[in-house]
Design a protein. Structure first.
Length: 55
């Protein structure tokens, strides 16, 4: 499922070596959980801090 929405990162948990399980609160879809592959990489790690707004 692919959709476009903005939200806030509520929590994140490490999954395997390179992935994160996240909980995000979005305006249109409410609270959702998702898996971000490569979420621990140096390029994206700074954007995925708890409380940040995600686009």
């Amino acid at each position: 499922m692919i959709w476009d929405d903005t939200g806030f990162l509520l929590s994140k948990h490490r999954y395997n070596e390179n992935s994160l399980i996240t909980e995000i609160y979005t305006k249109n879809h409410g609270k959702i959980s998702g898996l971000i592959f490569g979420g621990t990489s140096k390029k994206i790690k700074n954007y995925l801090q708890t409380g940040n707004e995600l686009f």
